[in-house]
Design a protein around this ligand. Sequence first.
Ligand SMILES: O=C(O)CCC(=O)C(=O)O
Length: 265
Amino acid sequence: MKLDPTQLAQFDELGYVFLPNCFSAAEIDAMRNASREIFEQTRPEIWRERDGTPRTAFACHLYHEACNLMATDVRLVEPVEQLFDEPCYLHQFKINAKAAFTGEVWQSHQDFPTWHKDDGMPEARAMNIAVFLDDVLPVNGPLMFIPRSHKSGALEASHDTQTTSYPLWTLDQKTVSELVAKNGIVAPTGEAGGMLMFHANLVHGSSGNITPYPRRIVYLTLSALSNAIVRPTRPEFIAHRDFTPVQATRTNRLAAYAEGRLMAA
Ligand SMILES: O=C(O)CCC(=O)C(=O)O
């Protein structure tokens, strides 16, 4: 699945593009079941909010078949390869839970500074591509983007280990205020099954979820093959060391998996 010229122009100008209805209801159902099974487990790859609620399941593509199929899905891999014009490897795979009532914030940040400082990623030739497993609403902690902020390059950030359980290189209020004054701030919302891709230097974050509606999102971080990390400091389940190019599966194996589960039920 390739981006069309309008989508390419939007990505270039605003730093993100949202594509609705990319995954079917059956595929999303299978991924929601997967996320339930995963978040029931206790393992080092599953990070929790300070109250113990699951926050993020890293690298679950290595131990859950549905996630494994999503990690090579052509709908996710192809548009990123198109933008970088080269094959990609998977730098990170995760499900962010943003649980009903207790899901905490993601502070305002750009992704590349964390990948660069913590993992030794050479350039901003990597990006997050996200699949909504729940309807993302204005009220349940949607991602918020500052459009065009990717054009500012990598901004100065400080290492925040206090605000949440997950350390992140975050931006200060002055920087965020100036960027918002210039470009505004948006929260792309949409139904489960939609897909959102955004530039590694796009400033983003999300607020806590105090609603009864969970907001689960799967993220693939795909990096250009020429941009392999050189100085990883984080565990392998957060910053992968396998630089094999992702072989996108052209047959829809996630749909077949979802149908198989339905027939077995
Ligand atoms: O899921 C979210 O709300 C934010 C995730 C995020 O910003 C990230 O993984 O870099």
